[in-house]
Design a protein around this ligand. Structure first.
Ligand SMILES: NC(=O)c1ccc[n+]([C@@H]2O[C@H](COP(=O)([O-])OP(=O)(O)OC[C@H]3O[C@@H](n4cnc5c(N)ncnc54)[C@H](OP(=O)(O)O)[C@@H]3O)[C@@H](O)[C@H]2O)c1
Length: 263
């Protein structure tokens, strides 16, 4: 895809990977960026930074877990700013916990943000892309959408779901000239990762590295973009010897989190 002169909508643009992607799109000559997240103060800051690149930036506060609000905002975006060429579904939440200590409210938040939020935005924008026979959709999954790990069962479930959803949509929308791809970052240095107990030996990526890999993948119309050598190694190992990878993950997992709870 050629970025120059296009209009993109990025969810989760207020910080972390979404913000870095928005900056990278601005540096690569995008015409207009619609920036979505809940925190309008952070979004205004991102928009201000982006305008330095002579890019039109439109911050919009929206909670993706509220489908009615999402539909209303998407209709307003279309009315006020026209068609979207590139949609990046990046907003997400993660709660790390041993499964037996997981809380249903947190699991619901993961499902409603990571899966249903992405679904609602995509369904309204994909419809318009199909009628124009033009567009690209990027869904942000995770290395944990390919390889599950202890203490991340429910988050992993949402990220595996995104990989499956994206593969199906890619085939379904191809005849309408709408491209669909998955971005699969590994551990990245953001607020999300800050409070997590890390797996031993995993080196976090920077958000800039992820955003650059995204731009490269976009230019090649890649179906799936894995970020960093650790991800490539893990996926290869999973293919060649899933048993071995499972042992490695069990050994490197944060140990106190996988201890058995008191009866
Ligand atoms: N960090 C990692 O190690 C890592 C690795 C692989 C994949 N990922 C994926 O990358 C994506 C971005 O993660 P990140 O690390 O950049 O996390 P982050 O720094 O915590 O940012 C999450 C973004 O999602 C937005 N968001 C969360 N809930 C929302 C809601 N209900 N409605 C609207 N926006 C919402 C947040 O904005 P507000 O709080 O302002 O709403 C924020 O912009 C996620 O999908 C994550 O699963 C992250």
């Amino acid at each position: 895809m050629i970025i120059k002169g296009k209009v993109a909508l990025v969810t989760g643009a207020s910080r972390g990977i979404g913000r870095a992607i928005a900056y990278e799109l601005a540096k690569n000559g995008i015409h207009r960026l619609i920036l979505i997240a809940r925190n309008i103060h952070n979004l205004h800051q991102v928009a201000e930074d982006i305008r330095c690149f002579n890019v039109e930036a439109v911050p919009i506060a929206l909670d993706l877990t509220l489908p009615g609000d999402v539909s209303a905002v998407m209709a307003r975006v279309w009315r006020d700013y026209g068609d979207i060429d590139l949609l990046i579904n990046c907003a997400g939440v993660a709660y790390q916990a041993p499964f037996l200590k997981s809380r249903s409210t947190q699991v619901q938040a993961e499902m409603s943000t990571n899966m249903m939020g992405m679904y609602t935005v995509t369904s309204s924008i994909a419809r318009r892309m199909v009628s124009r026979r033009n567009g690209t959709i990027v869904n942000v999954s995770s290395l944990m959408g390919k390889i599950a790990a202890p203490t991340m069962a429910t988050y992993s479930a949402t990220k595996f779901a995104i990989v499956g959803f994206t593969r199906a949509l890619r085939m379904e929308l191809a005849p309408h000239n709408v491209k669909v791809m998955t971005l699969l970052p590994s551990l990245t240095d953001t607020d999300m990762a800050k409070d997590m107990q890390k797996f031993r030996g995993v080196i976090p990526m920077s958000t800039e590295q992820v955003a650059k890999a995204f731009i490269q993948g976009l230019s090649k119309d890649s179906a799936e973009v894995l970020v960093g050598w650790q991800s490539h190694l893990a996926v290869w190992c999973n293919r060649v010897s899933p048993w071995l990878l499972e042992q490695v993950l069990r050994f490197t997992a944060p140990s106190y989190l996988v201890e058995a709870p008191a009866p």
